[in-house]
Design a protein around this ligand. Structure first.
Ligand code: IPM
Ligand code: MN
Length: 362
């Protein structure tokens, strides 16, 4: 497998290093040949190549089997217009790869229940998957412009765009708890009315899946009052961006969660968190979201569920044994450093993987 690695900015660099370490360790056990190619994106691209999405990066990504991304964004470019900022590198990348369905799973890790901002009895048992539409809506709609006196963006969706992402959500629900919650703002927005009608139509092909609709404001509320009611949450781009940060932090830290973007020519894997410039370069970032993204890569693109399981079990084991990065503990002196936790997960994932590989051999 050829994997293009785009560490990007801030803590993206540190967490991606650990994720690649874990990937290599586990791949070694299962004899998967992995070739990585590091390229620039975001602020790093602007600084070294004058572009947030350099041509070399685009070419490398398009020639690979999957892309692993860290994070983009840097305060040094805060004064730039959206079209020149590091973030446009990520949006251009997503467009180039073509993946329209961004899967963001969020579940309660038993060892972390007490780190959740929610009370145990509310959060325990939460296991949901946000399916965020990633190539439409306000992020890409035209026209968009800003002048001295006004600015506008366009929210636009076609039936085909809603339909294809809806199918991903229903298919996912089939392998989970058989429920889809479609989130919109159909009491105000035309795009949401189209969204709702289209989802209703797609649902007819999945009679065994329960479908409910929620307005996005109500969904935000239910996520903190009754998160266990959710299975698959299907929503448009910006709503999904906002709700996925909310869903992520319920687990105890935004740093925990992974994502996969599928449906296009090349799959993209990235943690849900950002570049966190305030803690960058200090070796204190939580690498588990990036590491869990590698597990998703092994599951979805490499079709190696055993390798993915080994990583996920190693993450759980590290948490059960009490290893916590600074974001997960109030102890300001004793906490795991980014590279220590990466090393530990790589070692125990290797052990889990070996056990699996051995039992397969007999
Ligand atoms: C995310 C991020 C990105 C987004 C930014 C960095 C452009 O917040 O992946 O959730 O808004 O999609
Ligand atoms: Mn976001």
């Amino acid at each position: 497998m050829k994997i293009t690695v785009l560490a990007g900015d801030g803590i993206g660099v540190e967490v991606t290093r650990e994720a690649v370490k874990v990937l290599r360790a586990v791949a070694g056990v299962f004899d998967l040949a992995i070739e990585t190619d590091e390229q620039l994106i975001g602020g790093a691209g602007i600084r070294e190549k004058g572009s947030p999405f350099p041509d070399e990066t685009r070419a490398a990504c398009l020639a690979s089997d999957a892309v692993l991304l860290g994070a983009v964004g840097s305060p040094e470019f805060d004064d730039l217009l959206p079209e020149n900022r590091p973030e446009i590198g990520l949006l251009n990348l997503r467009q180039a790869l073509g993946g329209f369905a961004n899967l963001r799973p969020s579940k309660a890790f038993p060892a972390l229940i007490d780190s959740s901002p929610l009370r145990r009895e509310i959060f325990e048992g939460t296991d949901l998957l946000i399916v965020r539409e990633l190539l439409g809506g306000l992020y890409f709609g035209r026209p968009r412009a800003i002048s001295e006196t006004e600015a506008y963006n366009t929210m636009r969706y076609s039936v085909a765009e809603v339909e294809r992402v809806a199918r991903v959500a229903f298919e996912a629900a089939r392998t989970r708890k058989q429920k889809v919650t479609s989130v919109d703002k159909a009491n105000v927005l035309e795009t949401s009315r189209l969204w709702r009608q289209t989802v209703e139509r797609v649902a007819k092909d999945y009679p065994e899946i329960a479908l409910e609709h929620l307005f996005v404001d109500a969904c935000a509320m239910h996520l903190v009052t009754n998160p266990t009611r959710f299975d698959v949450v299907l929503t448009e781009n910006l709503f999904g961006d906002i709700l996925s940060d909310e869903a992520a932090v319920l687990t105890g830290s935004l740093g925990m969660l992974a994502s996969a973007t599928i449906g296009g020519a090349i799959d993209l894997y990235e943690p849900v968190h950002g570049s966190a410039p305030d803690i960058a370069g200090k070796n204190i970032a939580n690498p588990l979201g990036a590491i869990a993204s590698v597990a998703m890569l092994l599951r979805y693109t490499a079709k190696q569920p055993e390798a993915a399981d080994a990583i996920e079990r190693a993450i759980e084991k590290a948490l059960e044994e009490g290893h916590r990065t600074a974001d997960l503990t109030t102890d300001r002196e004793n906490f795991a450093k980014t590279d220590e936790l990466g090393e530990l997960v790589a070692r125990s994932a290797t052990e889990f993987a070996r056990k699996r590989a051995n039992s397969r051999a007999v």
